[in-house]
Write a protein that binds this ligand. Structure first.
Ligand code: NCD
Length: 304
């Protein structure tokens, strides 16, 4: 059975198909309301979540399926010391597909080797988050109508931000993409991503500390939260947490058709005053997340 651990496992054509399906679900939800009747999705969340878990659950319900699972490690046998492999092997006897979030990088990959049912990586530590990327791609397609010829600014915690890592991977497969990586020195994109993704694909990119100086160049601004839970010490987090705060004033020189994105949750990095700006897309992302997950669940379960 096929799993989704890393966004690069999906070809560009498969992503196009998922986006077409998601758009069709948005237009004709009734057509899909029984597609997964009798199927069960298990959500195994060893880390906090609002959007990812609930959009997976809503997605399965809207496909006519059912949902089981847990939303914190403490309420599962992992609190007794059970391994991820044993937990997943167990759930594999009860469910048809698993969406799993875990603080350890690689845990969903290990899980996929412990069961025959598909595993969807719903975020593994500071590593990857492929279904947020599908959500982001659907949003980009609906807002911009294309994936080529875009200048994307990633801003904030580019070191630990798993949504950033996955979206960089996905976007580096399209033509004439330029990436501007805006972060404090301590929170730059990891070298392994620069080498194995950006440089390998000859992506034009540059790093800067200054959001204001690059604002006029951007077609997309992807803001992110400083990932407090990944820091080794609280002092560093406190020093870096407010490195960037997007306000209406900072958008004065931005393009009229800029798309402001954020995977959410936001803490302080986008002022609520920006929510009224027609360029703010982050709640559209939230909405799109359910539809693309419906398309993905159908694909991995082999539902026509
Ligand atoms: C993101 C995550 O969990 O990585 N949230 C999400 O899934 N929408 C981003 C974050 O937590 O900052």
């Amino acid at each position: 059975m096929r799993s989704l651990i890393d966004i690069q496992e999906l070809s560009v054509e498969e992503i196009d198909n998922l986006i077409d399906t998601a758009n069709d679900i948005i237009d004709n939800p009734q057509k899909y309301s029984q597609k997964c009747k009798g199927k069960k999705l298990a959500t195994l969340f060893f880390e906090p979540s609002t959007r990812t878990r609930l959009s997976f659950e809503a997605a399965m319900y809207d496909l006519g399926g059912n949902v089981l699972g847990f939303s914190e490690a403490q309420s599962s046998s992992s609190a007794k010391g059970e391994s991820v492999s044993d937990t997943v092997r167990t759930v594999g006897y009860y469910a048809d597909i698993i969406a799993m979030r875990h603080p350890k990088e690689g845990a969903p990959m290990v899980a996929s080797m412990s069961t025959d049912i598909p595993i969807i990586n719903a975020g593994d530590g500071g590593h990857n988050h492929p279904t947020q990327t599908l959500t982001d791609l659907l949003t980009i397609k609906r807002e911009k109508g294309r994936f080529d010829n875009l200048t994307i600014g990633f801003c904030g915690d580019l070191k630990f931000g798993r949504t950033v890592h996955s979206l960089i991977g996905a976007m580096s497969r399209y033509k004439n993409i330029k990436m501007i990586l805006i972060s404090p020195d301590e929170l730059k994109v990891p070298d392994y991503i620069k080498q194995t993704v950006l440089e390998k694909n000859n992506i034009e990119y540059y790093e800067t500390n200054s959001l204001e100086s690059v604002m006029p160049d951007l077609d997309i601004l992807y803001m992110t939260r400083v990932q407090r839970e990944r820091f080794f010490n609280e002092q560093d987090y406190i020093r870096l947490k407010d490195s960037y705060v997007l306000t209406p004033e900072k958008l004065i020189d931005a393009k009229d058709d800029l798309s402001i994105m954020h995977p959410l949750p936001r803490v302080n990095e986008i002022s609520v005053a920006v929510d009224k700006d027609k360029r703010a897309c982050y709640f559209k992302q939230v909405k799109n997340g359910k539809f693309i997950r419906m398309a993905l669940i159908m694909m991995l379960l082999g539902v026509e």
